[in-house]
Design a protein around this ligand. Structure first.
Ligand code: ZN
Length: 264
C-alpha cells in the first residue's frame, strides 16, 4: 500500500538472495521490473540497469505476499507471511547523519499522522489529539516528529523536515524509540532494530504485519481475526481505536524507555 509494503519486500528479497546467491529483481504482477527508494543501497536488490543473473521476486500492487486477496472493498490478510524484519541500507552521508543524531540527546520519534493517500488509513488513525495528549503526559521526553513542510505538527515535538521518505528513515534510525500507528515507520523501525510502540487497533492484526520485538497495541476484531481490512471508513475500527486509552500508550512508552522490549 505504500513504503511499508516495500520494506516488507526486503525481507523476502533477503530470503531469496540467501537461497540463490543472486541479486533479486523485484517485479510487478505483470513481470515488469519495479523500483522504490527504500531499496536504495540494498546490495540484494537488482537495480533496473543491473545486467547480471538475477532471481525474480513477484511482489507489488495486486500481488502482496501478506494478502490472500485485495478485494475492491476489503483486504483479506494472510497470517504468518511477515516472518522477519526487512532491511534498510544507508549510504555514507545518511549513515553519518544517523550517527550524529544518535550522539545527541536521546529522543523518541513520534508519528501522529497517517498517510491520507489511501482510503483505508482512517481505520488506523488513533487520532492526532491522542498523540498530542501522549506527548503532553511525557513532558520530560524529547519527541521528534518527521514529515514534509506543512504537515500537522505536535506541540512540544521538534520538527524534522523529511521531504523524501528516506529522510524520515534517517530520523528514525537515530531514535531511541518509535511510537505511532501501524504503517511504514513501524516496518522501518523493525528493519532498523529501533524499539517501537505500535497502535494497531483492529484494521490489521499483529499476526499479519507485526513484529515480536515491538509493543503492539491491538484490539481483536470479532468477525475478522486477522484484522478487518475494510478499505473505507469503518465503525468497528473506529470503536477499536477509541477503546485504546492514552494512559495505556503512555505506559508502554515508559516501559519501552525503561528498557522493556515486546509486551509480555
Ligand atoms: Zn473495520
Amino acid at each position: 500500500m505504500g513504503f511499508g509494503d516495500e520494506i516488507m519486500v526486503t525481507a523476502e528479497a533477503r530470503r531469496l538472495n540467501d537461497a540463490t546467491g543472486r541479486a533479486v529483481r523485484i517485479v510487478d504482477r505483470h513481470g515488469r521490473s519495479r523500483w522504490n527508494e527504500v531499496w536504495e543501497n540494498n546490495p540484494r536488490v537488482a537495480a533496473r540497469d543491473f545486467c547480471g543473473e538475477v532471481a525474480t521476486l513477484r511482489n507489488g500492487p495486486g500481488c502482496r505476499h501478506y494478502l490472500v486477496e485485495a478485494r475492491r472493498d476489503r483486504f483479506v490478510f494472510r497470517a504468518g507471511a511477515v516472518t522477519a524484519p526487512g532491511e534498510i541500507w544507508f549510504d555514507a552521508a545518511e549513515q553519518e547523519e544517523v550517527e550524529a543524531m544518535r550522539a545527541g540527546r536521546p529522543y523518541v520519534l513520534i508519528e501522529p499522522n497517517v498517510d491520507a493517500g489511501f482510503g483505508h488509513t482512517v481505520n488506523k488513525d488513533w487520532g492526532f489529539e491522542r498523540w498530542q495528549a501522549v506527548a503532553r503526559a511525557l513532558s520530560g521526553v524529547r519527541f521528534v516528529q518527521a514529515g514534509p513542510a506543512g504537515v500537522r505538527r505536535l506541540e512540544g515535538a521538534e520538527p524534522f523536515e523529511s521531504g523524501r521518505f528516506r529522510r524520515a528513515l534517517v530520523a528514525l534510525a537515530g531514535a531511541a524509540l518509535f511510537v505511532g500507528s501501524e504503517g511504514a515507520l513501524h516496518h522501518a523501525a523493525a528493519a532498523l532494530r529501533i524499539p517501537a510502540v505500535v497502535v494497531f487497533g483492529a484494521f490489521v492484526s499483529p499476526a499479519v504485519t507485526g513484529y515480536a520485538s515491538q509493543r503492539n497495541i491491538a484490539v481483536p476484531h470479532p468477525g475478522y481475526p486477522l484484522g478487518c481490512g475494510l478499505r473505507t471508513g469503518c465503525a468497528d475500527c473506529r470503536a477499536a481505536l477509541d477503546s485504546i486509552p492514552v494512559a495505556e500508550v503512555v505506559r508502554h512508552i515508559q516501559g519501552a524507555l525503561a528498557g522493556g522490549g515486546a509486551i509480555d
